[in-house]
Design a protein around this ligand. Structure first.
Ligand SMILES: [Zn+2]
Length: 340
């Protein structure tokens, strides 16, 4: 990431965010994020969390439709073997949503374990957390009859990216995962798609077309900025490019925008790899062994464990805090029509 470019564009981005908060129409776009920073192509695996549902319900838009939208985005960009990380508790109100897991598998995409209840590890004992992992595994194995991909379910994604706020908890979970044949699906690229989803849902409820347009343009810029920042951080930490791992969720704004984001990346020379391929990168053998409150990406953990300050390389142009103000002020009781 070009620091000077970022310094120049960040104030402009703040201004545009303020315009979005006010719901003002405009045609301006940010100065483009760097198109490429390396002669080597960036490699990235896409992963999708919170199968079968993520974010607040949107009246008129079913969870099935959202999941199909995300699957379509992945297919349109020719991505193969995209892991979806599933949580059984998310369909406790609608057991029929098991059909979403089935559709995921039927698309040729494997499912991994994201715990049953999506708990904060920081707030739970290691024993209780392990029970939750095992409970999700029991759910996934019930799908063995419909897809041989279920054999490949032992890949684990920590909810909230919390890997342990005590050494003993951290060690206990890692020991359990290793003993039970799990690989850990770390995350290196996270553009906080959940915060864009939340903002989109609020704007939709308020019929804020101008703010929705703003979100659609700028989420692409945000994803770009995070990808290139992660690439630069990785080269700083490891002296080379690594296979990156993207986290997104099965949300409506992902269903709408993911295809555009992925197509843009491919246009820029980014190569998509499977999570299996990415995890073969030797960096993922590293245990950052960072005891911390709250979640961290893999790169953040490595940097923090080395006391390496990556602040200058990180991009917070569109932080969740800023996005939380978009369409925050004027709630409307009117429910949106189906906008999918
Ligand atoms: Zn999650």
């Amino acid at each position: 990431m070009n620091r000077i470019l970022r310094a120049l564009t960040a104030p402009l981005a703040v201004c545009l965010l303020l315009l979005a908060f006010a719901g003002i129409d405009y045609a301006t776009t940010l100065g483009a994020a760097p198109e490429s920073i390396s002669s080597n192509p960036i490699k990235i695996a896409v992963t999708v969390d919170d199968i079968p549902e993520h974010g607040d319900e949107i009246p008129g838009i079913s969870r099935q439709a959202i999941a199909r939208g995300v699957l379509a985005a992945l297919k349109q960009n020719d991505l193969t073997r995209v892991y979806g990380f599933a949580n059984g508790a998310f369909m406790s109100d609608n057991r029929g949503e098991i059909s979403i897991l089935k559709e995921w598998l039927a698309s040729g995409y494997p499912l991994g374990n994201h715990t049953y209840n999506h708990p904060h590890l920081d707030q739970l004992s290691a024993d209780a957390y392990i029970v939750d992992i095992a409970k999700e595994d029991q759910l996934l194995v019930t799908l063995a009859g419909m897809s041989s991909l279920i054999k490949e379910r032992r890949v684990f994604r920590y909810p909230f990216l919390e890997e342990g706020n005590t050494q003993s908890k951290r060690d206990a979970i890692r020991t359990y995962l290793a003993k039970n044949g799990y690989r850990i699906a770390e995350v290196t690229v996270d553009y906080d798609d959940w915060a864009w989803n939340d903002a989109y849902t609020r704007c939709l409820r308020q019929h804020k077309a101008s703010s929705i347009s703003w979100l659609k343009v700028h989420v692409v810029d945000s994803a770009n900025r995070h990808l290139f920042a992660s690439s630069e951080v990785a080269r700083h930490l490891f002296g080379r490019d690594i296979s990156q791992i993207l986290l997104v969720h099965v949300g409506e704004f992902d269903a709408i925008m993911l295809s555009t984001i992925l197509a843009r990346w491919r246009q820029q020379g980014v190569q998509f790899v499977t999570l299996d391929e990415a995890l073969k990168d030797p960096v993922y053998k590293i245990n950052p062994n960072l005891v911390s409150e709250g979640g961290r990406t893999f790169l953040d953990q490595i940097a923090e464990s080395r006391h390496a300050d990556m602040g200058a390389l990180l991009d917070d142009t569109y932080s969740p805090e800023k996005l939380s103000a978009v369409c925050r002020d004027k709630p409307s009781p009117a429910a949106p029509n189906s906008a999918h």
